[in-house]
Design a protein around this ligand. Structure first.
Ligand code: AMP
Length: 116
């Protein structure tokens, strides 16, 4: 079985985080090391370590990540200007926390996506 990460403690409110949204499927909180004026992580409440571990039964929760991202972008006032949604997978993808998370990044113009 996959090991829980620090994000489990955030979902369960065992450690403090700036939670901006939570429902029965997902939790969203501000990144502790923001790379833009708005940087929110949206995660499934269920542990899915990487994108490689997503199953067909997870399609509802994966869709919820997007609808919650859209809602937060609107609330944060960045929907019209635009923003970026990023999900890193494994070491070459730059993943550090093995509980999948969607980065919602915005509030400034972002450069071209890094492909190097
Ligand atoms: P990734 O590199 O895609 O795995 O991103 C992990 C993200 O989690 C990084 O942007 C970190 O800044 C963020 N992070 C790690 N620990 C915390 C925490 N306790 N609260 C909020 N964000 C965190």
């Amino acid at each position: 079985m996959a090991e829980e990460t620090i994000f489990r403690k955030i979902i369960d409110k065992e450690i403090p985080a700036d939670v901006v949204y939570q429902d029965e499927l997902v939790t969203a909180f501000r990144d502790i090391n923001p790379r833009a004026p708005i940087h929110v992580l949206i995660i499934p409440n269920k542990l899915i370590p990487t994108v490689n571990d997503i199953e067909a039964e997870d399609e509802l929760v994966m869709g919820r990540l997007f609808t919650v991202a859209k809602k937060i972008a609107k609330e944060e006032g960045i929907a019209q200007d635009g923003y970026r949604l990023i999900m890193n997978c494994n070491s070459y993808g730059g993943q550090e926390v093995y509980h999948i998370h969607m980065h919602l990044v915005g509030g400034r113009a972002l450069g071209p996506i890094l492909l190097s």
